[in-house]
Design a protein around this ligand. Structure first.
Ligand code: PGA
Length: 251
């Protein structure tokens, strides 16, 4: 019903030459994958990545998008610009953007709207910090982030949006949420979507990934959980073999 989706988030890694090399290794390893495969790459690698994956089952994504059509926003990139390069998915509201670059729930919502208006598919990141978790605020944070991200988004768009639940304390730390914990927390996010769009839509049309130190060793167990529809993969997406093993989590 909900097709699994595994997306790599390269973050600030890979030059053009490294992009070609990594993708040339990756393409044959994932060519018969059952899951949908996405790579989200730095702006400077978009052209090369698009060329390398042409005609393959790998989908192209970017790591952010600005909300304006164009204008005086030095250093930013618009949805139109991404679309023209063949980009299909775009990560929005990653915790690193929220932590280091002033991203707020409101700017996340603005970016989501701009992406959808131009036919890009947002991968919206939500997740609590360690402090919020220890303070018993997980539900409050996730309900707020999810509700604000989806403000004024019509239910007809649900298939075009992916949510990534990424506990901030698990990103790049080697600490993974247990599969059960990830599952239960994602249930909170899906429950929020049910409140916003109805139970049936939330069950059938909303894909929710887990992200945070997901790797070849833990992917199978995480993906076996009923609430987890995929993964957003940082570190392990930078090695072709590791990423392919996550993509083919059933071995
Ligand atoms: P990680 O990153 O897999 O390196 O923890 C995940 C992410 O930030 O999306």
């Amino acid at each position: 019903m909900r097709r699994p989706i595994i997306a790599g988030n390269w973050k600030m890694n890979n030059t053009k030459a490294q992009t070609y090399a990594l993708l040339n290794d990756l393409i044959p390893l994932v060519k018969d994958a059952e899951a949908e495969v996405v790579i989200c790459v730095p702006y400077t690698s978009i052209w090369a990545a698009g060329e390398a994956i042409k005609g393959t089952n790998i989908h192209l994504g970017a790591e952010n998008v600005h909300w304006a059509e164009k204008g005086a926003f030095t250093g930013e990139i618009s949805a139109d610009m991404l679309k023209e390069q063949g980009v299909e998915y775009v990560i929005i509201g990653h915790s690193e953007r929220r932590q280091y670059f002033g991203e707020t729930d409101q700017t996340v919502n603005m970016r989501v709207k701009a992406a959808l208006a131009h036919g890009l598919k947002p991968i919206i990141c939500v997740g609590e910090t360690l402090e919020e978790r220890e303070g018993g605020k997980v539900e409050e944070v996730l309900v707020r982030q999810t509700t604000e991200a989806f403000r004024d988004i019509d239910k007809s768009e649900l298939e075009n949006i992916v949510i990534a639940y990424e506990p901030v304390w698990a990103i790049g730390t080697g600490k993974t949420a247990t599969a059960q914990d990830a599952n239960d927390t994602i249930a909170i996010v899906r429950g929020t979507m049910a409140k916003l769009y109805g139970e049936k839509n939330a069950e059938e049309r909303v894909r929710i990934q887990y992200g945070g130190s997901m790797n070849p060793k833990n992917a199978k167990e995480l993906m076996a959980m009923p609430q987890i529809d995929g993964g957003l993969i940082g570190g392990a997406s930078l090695k072709a073999v590791d990423f392919s093993q996550v993509v083919k989590y059933n071995g």
